[in-house]
Design a protein around this ligand. Structure first.
Ligand code: AMP
Length: 548
């Protein structure tokens, strides 16, 4: 029942760590190695983690951690493979893992999931989606419960799980579609398919989940293979990966989120918990074996979200999602009741970003919106009002210290005051959209070789021309996926070291060029040659040798 932290890159050590923790009777708390230090410290503290499994390269950065550290790579070296299986110590109601999701209070919240919930989902998935002999790839973060499908469904079947270490997302998706028999991913991953130009795939079954699946994305998949089985799976972390599913037919008029999976009930209710008739919109409530135990150390929030089931036994989770039953008995998804959003597959509470903005000295008010900018690309935009002396230059550093890259606003806008509605509430509709925001009107051409090379890379990544050295990457339609592409191209083409988070600090060509030149002068040569090649070995894992 103890929580053991797992701060490792995708690698063989990750799998050994997960299985070791579970077999010992403990539960794992995955911590993404790309998270900023403050967030990592928060998770360790909030989870009361007394033992952290990691890899030797992270030991230095964890020197202030006062629990026990165990570097899997060092400890496992030379260890013989055990031939006996440890006795089973877990009960169905023991905790299997705690996954943190974005929280409106400004800090993430831990969702406690028990073995029975995972086993229910996996058993169902292996009976419904998959057959034995199908291989899969582990390529998403262990901090998202979507990863459970590829990971545990494959291990439960005893099939081949390829573990892909982090690299350019397009390369990743291409590898996945070339080598996996089955794959679980988000619609945002599918968005990359069109640029890959794949003409065939090894994949037989695709499960898409986590956000709205569009017909265009389904078409893209069918172009690859018209025999593909495609499923749209819906579910929050609080109900363990997937709660309902719809088999997507190519001629279907509407893509629904389908019907409940095994041992699961779903209700659509109004604000007074009355069930809505067919066709009438309400909040989606989920019950059954998949329900999490609750939020770690947050009893009030747990009681608020996991309510007694007024229609039967057990509890129901109030998802905050809106939907209705259609005439065929399937659920249609209509969006959220609140300010939770999905951006490129990531679940984000805009309120968490607002709170982190407000914690910065000198920010008196803050509103964060998801805005559609140029090219229909969505961006997080942070609006704030200064309430006194404030060092704007360090505001981004503050955000980066607390938030993962995908939650950092691409665009920050200082306003004199926030517009109000007649009844005194913040009028979000009247906040300037990204397209209205004043861009540097004057085109400034590149002056140095580095700037010229960077402009070229930007133009490839953003699919635009005439990019000036003072244009903002995010205002031009850049986002975290494109930022990943940018980083990998800069590493390959310029041969300099660059971190994803640099894009959020140096978001103009000029500032990035300065930074890269400074870094180069300081002798930080890239390890990129170790990162780029991606190859697979069944059962064995891709490791990029010199990890950064
Ligand atoms: P997460 O906890 O990260 O899995 O996010 C759960 C939320 O993602 C749900 O409450 C929905 O708002 C959204 N979601 C999950 N699956 C789907 C889907 N298939 N279609 C539309 N939205 C989805």
């Amino acid at each position: 029942g103890d929580l053991v932290g797992l701060l490792v890159e995708r690698s063989i050590e990750m799998i050994v760590g997960i299985l070791g923790i579970l077999k010992s009777g403990a539960a794992y708390l995955p911590i993404d190695v790309t998270y900023p230090n403050e967030r990592i410290d928060y998770l360790l503290e909030d989870g009361k983690v007394a033992l952290l499994l990691t890899q030797s390269e992270y030991l230095l950065g964890l020197s202030h951690y006062d629990g026990s550290l165990f570097a899997l790579d060092e400890e496992l070296e030379g260890l013989a493979t055990p031939t006996d299986n440890p006795p089973r110590v877990n009960k169905p109601t023991d905790l299997a893992y705690v996954i943190y999701t974005s929280g409106t209070t400004g800090r993430p919240k831990g969702v406690m999931v028990e073995h029975t919930s995972v086993v229910n989902y996996i058993t169902w998935a292996n009976g419904y989606y998959f057959s034995s002999g199908q291989s899969s790839t582990l390529f998403t973060s262990l901090s998202f419960d979507l990863t459970i499908t590829n990971l545990f469904a494959t291990l439960f079947r005893g099939d081949i799980l390829r573990v892909l270490s982090p690299t350019d997302l397009s390369v990743t998706i291409e590898e996945v579609f070339r080598h996996s028999g089955v794959v679980k991913l988000t619609p945002s991953h599918l968005q990359l398919l069109s640029s890959l130009g794949l003409s065939e795939t090894a994949v037989e079954v695709v499960i898409v989940g986590g956000e709205v699946l569009s017909k265009g994305q389904v078409k893209e998949l069918e172009l690859l293979n018209d025999q593909l089985q495609i499923y749209n799976e819906y579910g929050p972390t609080e109900a363990t990966v997937g709660s309902s599913v719809c088999k997507v037919m190519s001629d279907a008029e509407q893509i629904t989120i389908g019907r409940p999976i095994g041992n699961t009930v779903i209700y659509v209710v109004d604000d007074w918990l009355n069930q809505q008739p067919i066709g009438v919109v309400g909040e989606i409530l989920i019950g059954g074996t998949g329900l999490a135990r609750g939020y770690l150390h947050q009893e009030d929030l747990t009681e608020e979200k996991f309510i007694r089931n007024p229609f039967g036994e057990g509890r129901l989770y109030k998802t905050g999602d809106l939907g209705y039953w259609n005439g065929e008995g399937a659920l249609e998804y209509l969006g959220r009741k609140d300010d939770q959003v999905k951006l490129r597959g990531y679940r984000i509470e805009l309120g968490e970003i607002e709170r982190v903005l407000l914690e910065y000295a000198g920010v008196s008010q803050a509103v964060v919106l998801l805005q559609e900018g140029l090219d229909d690309e969505k961006q997080i935009v942070g609006y704030y009002v200064k309430g006194g002396d404030m060092d704007e230059g360090l505001l981004r550093d503050h955000l980066q210290a607390w938030l993962p890259a995908y939650m950092i606003p691409g665009v920050l806008v200082a306003l004199e005051h926030l517009p109000l509605t007649p009844n005194g509430k913040i009028d979000k509709q009247s906040l300037p959209g990204i397209d209205q925001l004043e861009r540097d009107q004057s085109y400034v051409s590149p002056a140095t070789d580095t700037e010229r090379q960077l402009v070229e890379i930007w133009e490839q990544v953003l699919g635009r021309e005439e990019i000036g050295v003072e244009d903002n990457f995010f205002e031009l339609g850049g986002h975290s996926l494109k930022a990943v592409q940018l980083v990998s191209r800069v590493q390959q083409q310029l041969g300099v070291d660059m971190e994803l988070r640099d894009v959020f600090t140096y978001f103009t060509v000029r500032s990035l060029a300065d930074q890269l030149e400074r870094a180069q002068a300081a002798g930080r040569q890239a390890h990129y040659e170790a990162i780029v090649p991606v190859s697979y070995q069944d059962y064995y894992l891709v490791s990029h040798g010199q990890r950064r």
